[in-house]
Design a protein around this ligand. Structure first.
Ligand code: SF4
Length: 503
């Protein structure tokens, strides 16, 4: 979902951190936690541990690597300590050379007059300009690689000034516009986590069965991989610290307005993660049932259901249940081409989709196909698949899309940063069908999406499908961008840093 010509990195991440109270190394927990979250970012990964008042870091490109048994001692030596945090990340625009990606890899550290802090962050900051100015005024030698640098330096400044973690977290929460779920370690070994006042990005807490290790994670699946007990999701505007006795929860922002990213349900999160007490896969199944209820005539015009790519599998089950149509495994995925199309660079995208999905011609020839898709962003993935189906002899192809038509950019950490890249911002549903070569495109309605999540309109961020942004800076920026887009301006540059656009 990159826009060519954008400058500067923009990130999406998975975060995990753990602390052990028996002096055991936490690296294995952080390692497996991050591996379980590699779908949230595959371009680079980073680990940081705290031991004897020192931070130890390891950062590299690509997926979290396999650790050979013979290399375990080396890894323990590299990342000693019983407190650790980690991050998987994708950078989707601007500087995508290897060095820039590694430099922008988290966790991030900052220090000032003996005060130190390390953070791992998931989200995106909207009002970066004043915050960067403040950062460079106080840290002239600082380098801005990603928004995590802003969060880290801001937190350190607030901590140094107030001497109190809760007050510092409150100051950060009140001065940043955007989405931020943060896990951190202070120079005195305090392990903490907090969520922005809207709770846009996921963050949850868990512990090992012996209650000796406590952890924070973007998704619950990382607790499952570590055989941990799932405890709770952090509330918006909540700070959580950890001691031997367990978690201490502090509601820093009173009466926050929750706005959890609705796209996590449709696409981003793993189906075996739990939000709001329910598995994501269950919600996706309901999405599928909803579309059949909304478009019964189209469902009747299909012979088989096909789910491509994998994130459409769970909704395909729902479509199957509600329509009675056979769900055919008529496409097979290359096992070792694991990149997600969403987070690939432009040039890579086309060829990788083409190489990782193969169609079983004898299953689709002469058939009317219903494809289940999680979303249509640019439309190029779906177009390639429909083209393959047509070539294989499909007579009709309908697309059932669980996430409603995306009409506006996301400023909160999902890489949809301009109107121009969104097929849904410029075209009606009928036009989209024509462009991607489908006989029909059926989007789940916003109302049904909300209902299926078990939340209400007031608990979710739906900005990219409604145009109503949660935070004031984002709304102003969206309005300014839309005006320029409609007037024919070329959308260039990282929008959060574009002085003409940023309020
Ligand atoms: S704008 Fe869309 S993708 Fe971004 S946080 Fe909101 S719902 Fe999620």
């Amino acid at each position: 979902m990159d826009i060519q010509g954008e400058k500067g990195p923009k990130i999406g991440c998975g975060i995990f951190g753990a602390i052990n109270y028996e002096d055991q190394p936490v690296f294995p927990y952080v390692y497996w936690g991050l591996r379980a979250e590699n779908h949230r970012g595959h371009q680079s990964h980073g680990f940081l541990t705290f031991n004897n008042n020192q931070f130890y870091t390891y950062k590299n490109l690509d997926l979290v690597p396999k650790v050979k048994t013979s290399a375990i001692d080396e890894w323990f030596g590299r990342l000693p300590g019983s407190i650790g945090i980690g991050n998987v990340r994708y950078t989707t625009s601007g500087k995508c050379d290897d060095q820039s990606i590694v430099e922008g890899t988290q966790p991030t550290t900052a220090s000032l007059n003996g005060f130190r802090i390390a953070v791992s962050f998931n989200g995106n900051i909207v009002n970066t300009l004043p915050l960067k100015k403040e950062m460079f005024e106080n840290f002239p030698a600082a380098i801005y690689n990603c928004d995590s640098d802003i969060v880290c330096h801001k937190m350190l400044l607030a901590l140094k000034r107030t001497g109190d973690l809760t007050t510092a977290a409150k100051e950060v929460m009140e001065s940043l516009d955007g989405a931020f779920s943060v896990i951190g370690i202070t120079g005195d070994g305090t392990f903490f986590a907090f969520k922005d006042p809207h709770g846009i990005k996921p963050l949850c807490a868990g512990h090992d069965p012996n209650s000796k290790t406590f952890a924070f994670s973007s998704e619950t699946v990382s607790f499952d991989m570590n055989s941990f007990v799932r405890d709770f999701e952090l509330n918006p505007g909540e700070l959580v610290t950890v001691s031997k006795e367990g978690f201490k929860r502090i509601q820093v922002i009173e009466k926050p307005r929750e706005a959890f990213c609705a796209f996590e349900y449709a696409y981003f999160a793993r189906p075996d993660s739990i939000f709001n007490g329910r598995y994501v896969y269950e919600i996706r199944e309901e999405f599928g049932r909803n579309i059949v209820r909304e478009f019964p005539e189209i469902a009747k015009d299909g012979d088989i259901i096909l789910s491509v790519p994998e994130t459409g599998d769970d909704s395909a089950m729902g479509v199957h249940e509600a329509s009675g149509l056979r769900w055919e495994r008529a496409s097979r995925r290359h096992r070792y081409v694991t990149e997600r199309a969403f987070i690939l660079l432009n040039a890579e995208r086309y060829s990788t989709i083409d190489k990782k999905i193969n169609i079983l011609g004898n299953k689709v020839a002469g058939k009317r196909i219903i494809i289940t898709e999680d979303s249509i962003v640019r439309g190029d993935t779906t177009k390639v698949i429909i083209d393959k189906l047509r070539k294989a002899g499909a007579t009709k192809v309908y697309v059932f899309v669980t996430f409603p038509r995306i009409i506006g950019p996301c400023f909160y950490g999902i890489d949809m940063s301009s109107y121009g890249q969104l097929i849904g911002s410029r075209h009606s549903t009928e036009e989209i069908a024509k462009i991607i070569g489908a006989d029909g495109v059926c989007y789940q309605s916003i109302e049904n999406l909300i209902k299926a999540t078990g939340k209400t309109e007031n608990d979710l961020c739906l900005a990219c499908i409604t145009g109503k942004y949660i935070t004031p800076c984002a709304q102003k920026m969206a309005d300014a961008m839309k005006k320029r887009f409609l007037e024919g301006y070329e959308e260039k540059g990282r929008i959060y840093e574009n002085e003409e656009i940023q309020p």
